[in-house]
Design a protein. Sequence first.
Length: 245
Amino acid sequence: MKTRILGIAALLAVAAATLYGLFGVPPDLNQGDAQRIMYPHVSSAWLAYLSFGVTALAGIGWLVRRDLRFDAVAVASAEIGVLFTALAIWGGMMWGRPVWGVFWQWEDPRLTTTALLLALYVGYLLLRRLTDDPARRAARAAVVGLIAAVDIPIVHFSVLWWRGLHQGPTIGDPSKLLNPSAPLQFVLALLAMLAAFTLAWIYLVIRRYQLARLDWQLEENARRGLVLSARQAAPGTAGVEEPAR
């Protein structure tokens, strides 16, 4: 019930932030209405960072504690992170066409490293399908999740380290924290969208975590059933049940 309430609250928050971004903020002097795409675009990118950071931390938790609940958090956050990364890329393309004149430019460091980030975590999810052993799957995924997370700071700071089409950070630059270059209305619209998307992220991760736990329990029950069937089928073991764990 609490999760359902959270989902409804997230939906209403996203709707309210969208309306504010569309009608409560004036067009940008230079970019016009295209600037409005920045609110979901930037928020999606930040939540992609958060998602993959959680995946990396959950992977460390698995390697240290060997608790499959950490692996469930890791896969839940990774899947939601892939979703938000795809949304960030799509939003960037929709913004780039009217502002840059092109949807995509491979020579731009931010675009290339973000595409690499998406590919790395799609590979992470595919890797998980290579084995049915939960422990082996969790261990492999934890290592890959940690390696892939190295790309997160590269994506974020790429606009500062290299020159490209992508504009520099507006409010994410440490040198502009006290004096952001964006007008206050734009900053408030961005923060409202970020808060709404964060609520949606929490809801989606919780629901995906619950599904991951259910999948894990079903796999465990299936393995126990197979062991029991094998023991019952073996000569002289009829009626012998698997000892409780």
